[in-house]
Design a protein around this ligand. Sequence first.
Ligand SMILES: *Cc1c(COP(=O)(O)O)cnc(C)c1O
Length: 352
Amino acid sequence: MNFFSEKALSVVPYTAGEQPKDRRYIKLNTNENPYPPTPKLRELFSTFDPSALKYYPAPASDALRREIALCEGTETENVFCGNGSDEVLYLAFAAFFDRNRSACFADITYSFYEVFAKIHGVPYVTVPLDHDFRIDPEKLRAAQCAGYLIANPNAPTGVGIPLAEMEAFTASVPDKLVVADEAYMDFYGQSCVPLVRKYKNLLVVKTFSKSYSLAGIRCGYAVGDAALIDGLFRMKDCMNSYPVDSFCEAVCSVALQDREYHAETVRLVVSERERLRGSLLDLGFTVPESKANFLFAGKAKKSGGEIYRALKEEGVLVRYWDRPILRDFCRITVGTPEENRILIEKLKKILS
Ligand SMILES: *Cc1c(COP(=O)(O)O)cnc(C)c1O
């Protein structure tokens, strides 16, 4: 007896970073922000009226979309909100790709793209990164596809593509969709959002999970031409009328409004990232320059797997993939100065 669809039988799901509960770990494995979200949320938590929850939320998250539009300098009609940017990306695959409209992305990038392509029956081409982990736009351009997924900064390498290069690329492929996944962009400051007005083929996807310290609330959004946004709404309305709940909408609005706090936590993470990279280089690691809130460190005296396991023994979690190229490295989220100090101390011990 088989109860399963072909899809369910064949798909290899995405594996999220582990969240073990056997002991207290220093968690540097899922790129969460080490700082809490804005303290202004306390006020919301004490005044939010629970009876508001008896109603369904706004189906198009209008209030939050207005706040996002204000913050991003676009119009509400250029914004779509979903239950995390993973959901927005899932809906983008449904709206813009199919078996005759293939996707293209780097061979080393966010591994959800491959999972989404497979679950939606979308053929895909992968483009190898250069030896210094850069994406060669020429190689992307040469790919036969209906559109691209470009994580900028890229995961898990942290390597960023300057805005001018993204613009030149987007302009050069006017009949192909360019999805810029800017989950870590606030740590870089080269967002493509200002280009959206000019390029109808550009969709920028962002999230509250990383720079806003709100991974637990599940909210992400896309900014793009109204026609692209409409495509996302059509797919959402085939899946879930209310992906963003009322409480989430209120939380994200408060977080967006506290620009000063957001800028300050981003600044702290970025300065700590540079300090931590220096310490890792001193220990003999190869670490590409990162524009995100994590570092891709490897090729020291031990393999990525050995370092990952030894650090876990020592109570520090980092991310590791047993795949070609990646297996020489670990991806380490930038923690608080104290967490990073402990990480370096443990690494010194492991490598000696
Ligand atoms: C974290 C991450 C996301 C998704 O984040 P959500 O929590 O689903 O908003 C999307 N893309 C990349 C590259 C990420 O690292």
